[in-house]
Design a protein around this ligand. Sequence first.
Ligand code: HEC
Length: 169
Amino acid sequence: MTVSGSLLKKAFLLTLAAFLFVFQISVGTASAAELDAETRTLPLNDKGETVTLTQKQVIKGSRLFSATCGQCHLKGMTKTDPNVGLDSEALALATPPRDTVESLVDYLYNPTTYDGEEEIAERHPSMKSTDIYPKMRNLSDDDLFDIAGHVLLQPRVMGSQWGTGKTKF
Ligand code: HEC
């Protein structure tokens, strides 16, 4: 074999090794991000029913939350009102409690103040106020379901990094 031939062979093998390495990393990350079924099983309603999100719903919920809610609720906090976080304790202590998928979807139809006294659709994104909040316009009920799932899943993924609520004060 000529010198340039063996160099070429070396270059090829190096490229192959680099490729396999990157492939390995991306596959590794994908499986690390997969949550087991127990983690994906969330309270559905206040009757004690549960729902197990599919891996696809988990990914879609995360993407839609970032796009639609992330501007104000990055990491489960509320930028303009730090007293009302999206962490489990804050949601459980709201009136009515918002710690199930269905009660969160309900919030996105009819958001209220933390004490449940006042309807705030004109200052919180909702399906009632799509004229003011155009990002809500294209969301289906399935989308809202996946967004709600994301909110309930994040404390399990991020722990106390997710949200700060009234109970922390
Ligand atoms: C323009 C900023 C903004 C956007 C965008 C926004 N929110 Fe909010 N959110 C708030 C504010 C402010 C509050 C507190 C309202 C209050 O209680 O007066 C709140 C409260 C909430 C609560 C009640 C929390 C609790 O502890 O009871 C939930 C649930 C919620 N938002 C979910 C969402 C979801 C899901 C989205 C995306 C579809 C979203 N929000 C988009 C600003 C926003």
